[in-house]
Design a protein around this ligand. Structure first.
Ligand code: AHM
Ligand code: MG
Length: 336
């Protein structure tokens, strides 16, 4: 059987068309791809390799870490620290910026990542994923610090996610549309299967954790109430609902068949002094870049997420993303 284009080939060809490309970016993406394959392997083997369950530790945001959270973080670092493409890394699972060890050369890029998103789903064998974002290091490679990472989402060079589901997929944007690749386990390569992914502008499907309904602010309450009212309500249509509690799987569904995903700011978070549930640098910005590149929208409520000036490494923000016309409607409800 003849195989299609591999992700390496695809990225190389894309880079060859862009003036001034040195091949460094292609090499960096290759290392990320390797990390995702290794994490996929661990996730697939689950209990067989003793990888499930809690690690008995907490991350910087006080959340219990799963063994696979810790392991995935280590794999991601090991695959990416040695080759000389990165000035530093930042992860949802690490308190501070990760400095490249002195035995390795440093490069011009920064990477932020969530090594295993949706980890509450690991033990029950539901899809999880890895999310990453690539930035240029503005301050040079010498002493990269937190300030170098605090760049608006519009500055991202590339973003992507790996989805560990029934099949393992990698979805990537370099600011030139969105392409999806499926891991062929027999040959260990990601092959392009979903070229030029695009999100339908209209949808009749939304995703939100409705157990928080009593804490929602009025624009979100209004939107969901109108969807739930169905044919008899102001929308005049019946809506379907989904909630996987795995953002990667949720975004992937939206890229495949449309929909809108909401993790809004609510009064419970406000009481705790939190700006939202999801993290701007590891989750919201990369997913916003992908969704916008596929023709969708991504906002906090009133504002476009990628326009936000980040204030701290682990900053949380509200996230509403997906089919453009629905996202625009929700934005209108926030500004009316
Ligand atoms: P995590 O990074 O700790 O896994 O949390 C992020 C996840 C998202 O993937 C998902 O959309 C959300 O948390 C689910 O939250 P909830 O359990 O409140 O429904
Ligand atoms: Mg996460």
């Amino acid at each position: 059987m003849e195989h299609g284009t591999t992700i390496t080939q695809f990225i190389s060809e894309e880079q060859r068309r862009s003036a001034g490309a040195t091949g460094e970016f292609t090499a960096l993406l290759n290392d990320i791809v390797t990390a995702c394959k290794m994490i996929s392997n661990q996730v697939n083997h689950g209990a067989l390799v003793g990888a499930l369950g809690s690690a008995g530790s907490e991350n910087v945001q006080g959340e219990t870490q799963k063994k696979l959270d810790v392991l995935s973080n280590e794999i991601f670092i090991q695959c990416n620290e040695w080759a000389g493409h990165l000035a530093a890394m930042a992860s949802e699972e690490m308190d501070d910026v990760y400095q490249i060890p002195s035995e390795y050369p440093r490069g011009k890029y920064l990477i932020t990542f969530d090594p295993l998103d949706g980890s509450s789903n690991i033990d029950v064998n539901v899809s999880v994923g890895t999310i990453f974002s690539i930035l240029r290091c503005p301050g040079g490679a010498e002493q990269p610090g937190v300030r170098d990472f605090l760049q608006a989402g519009t500055q991202q060079v590339a973003a992507g996610y790996a989805l560990y589901g029934p099949s393992t997929m990698l979805v990537l944007t370099t600011g030139n549309g969105v392409n999806g690749f499926t891991l062929d386990q027999n040959i260990g390569e990601f092959i392009i299967t979903h070229p030029s992914m695009s999100i339908p502008a209209d949808t009749r499907e939304f995703a939100i954790n409705a157990s928080n309904m009593r804490f929602w602010e009025s624009p979100v309450k209004r939107y969901v109430d109108e969807c739930l009212a169905g044919k008899e309500g102001p929308r005049g249509e019946d809506f379907n609902m989904r909630w996987i509690a795995s953002m990667v799987a949720e975004v992937h569904r939206i890229l495949t068949r449309g929909g809108v995903f909401l993790y809004p700011l609510d009064s419970k978070m406000k009481d705790k002094g939190q700006g939202g549930k999801l993290r701007l640098l590891y989750e919201a910005n990369p997913m916003s870049f992908i969704v916008e590149q596929a023709g969708g929208g991504s906002i906090t409520g009133a504002e476009r997420i990628m326009d936000l000036q980040p204030e701290s490494l682990h900053q949380r923000v509200p996230v509403i993303l997906g089919s453009r016309n629905e996202v625009e409607r929700i934005q209108r409800y926030h500004t009316e």
